[in-house]
Structures are given as C-alpha cells and as structure tokens.
Design a protein around this ligand. Structure first.
Ligand code: SF4
Length: 62
C-alpha cells in the first residue's frame, strides 16, 4: 500500500507515529518521516493514523 503526507498541512504532532509506528516516525529534528510504501498488513494501523491526524494530512493512495 502507498502513503502520502501533505507536508504543507502536517504540524508534526506525531499522532500518526503513535497509531502506526512501523510506518511513521519522528526524526532527530522532531519532523515527520514515513515510508511511502508499506506492507498491506499495516493497512489498519495506517488507516488509524490517517483518522487520528488532526489536519488530515495523510492519504492512502494504493
Ligand atoms: S498526525 Fe498528521 S500532523 Fe501529526 S505528524 Fe502525523 S501527519 Fe503530521
């Protein structure tokens, strides 16, 4: 599955990291990093991350 994050919207609050730590992480500068393509087994976690994002910056595209 494929993930996109709109960095113009993202405010680095990290709710997505708590919901799907295998796909999203904060780097040393406290900025979001994520895997653009992850295994389908993470779909539920990534959907939870998208639902939890307060600015709806996460889109599942595939
Ligand atoms: S939850 Fe949304 S705003 Fe927060 S870090 Fe993740 S993508 Fe960015």
């Amino acid at each position: 599955m494929k993930i996109e994050v709109d960095y113009d919207l993202c405010e680095n609050h990290a709710q997505c990291v708590f919901a799907a730590p295998d796909a999203f992480r904060m780097n040393a500068s406290d900025e979001l990093e994520f895997d653009a393509e992850v295994d389908d087994s993470l779909r539920e976690d990534v959907q939870s991350a998208a639902d939890a994002c307060p600015v709806q910056a996460i889109r599942i595209t595939g």
